[in-house]
Unconditional design. Sequence first.
Length: 311
Amino acid sequence: MWFTYIKDMIMNQKTIQVDALESEAIYIFREVQAQFEKPVLLFSGGKDSITLVRLAQKAFYPAKIPFPLLHIDTGHNFPETIEFRDRLAKELGVELIVRNVQDNIDSGRVKEESGRYASRNMLQTETLLDAIEEFGFDACIGGARRDEEKARAKERIFSVRDDFGQWDEKNQRPEVFDMLNGRIDLGQNVRVFPISNWTELDVWSYIKQENIEIPSIYFAHKRKTFVRDGMIWSAADEVVYRDEEEEVVERMVRFRTVGDMSCTAAVLSEAVDITKVVEEIRDSTISERGARIDDKRSEAAMEKRKQQGYF
């Protein structure tokens, strides 16, 4: 009896916290629309960007979301994510802009990596910066959160990028209370992070509370996989490099984060629905980005990418 009572109290407190975070994010969305001329929402098909879409819907209801979605497609995304992306944009009646990393590879502007740890994730930056210049976007709304990684913990909610798309972590504006300064010079743009103060558990709690649909790979399912360096990789996708001696075994897995297939590992899981996922995240002692091999390339891998223009 007491256990149930305490558990209910904790869940009620979590609902109050998520409601407060929702209000903050909606305020940020409205400030973006008020202060900038041409915003865009960076959409990956992952849980964070899906959460942003729901928040944007609420911020501008009953009108439609007043800016497009932009996806930088590596060509190595999970098929389930691409199918979900296209269907969601169609259902919402929102413009979806897709720019492909493959185009820059074909033109020779970027060079594709090779070998067992090859990934196109690092190549997204050039394509993103090209898209920002092509459309003249002055505010790019992203789903980064401060709890994800130490470089992202340094970000402001309105994070200014120079005319080369670069980020200077040592030269950021103060953000006092809720005063969001959207003034930028010619050529600059701002990356905006409405869920910067959320945690992974907050995101999942919100998805559960709002009954938001997400791609199936976030739930436990049987998948052909192999193990490398203690991490579980999908063997069902031709783009993931696999040595001949790496044995393929069908496992019950899910993905905590969605990125390039070649840099995103799975986790063993029995969480087949949103309630089980929330429980699993609450009990987890490992960061969601612990399954992202691109963050393990160096101590400052994420910070270096952000300095170069990564969102």
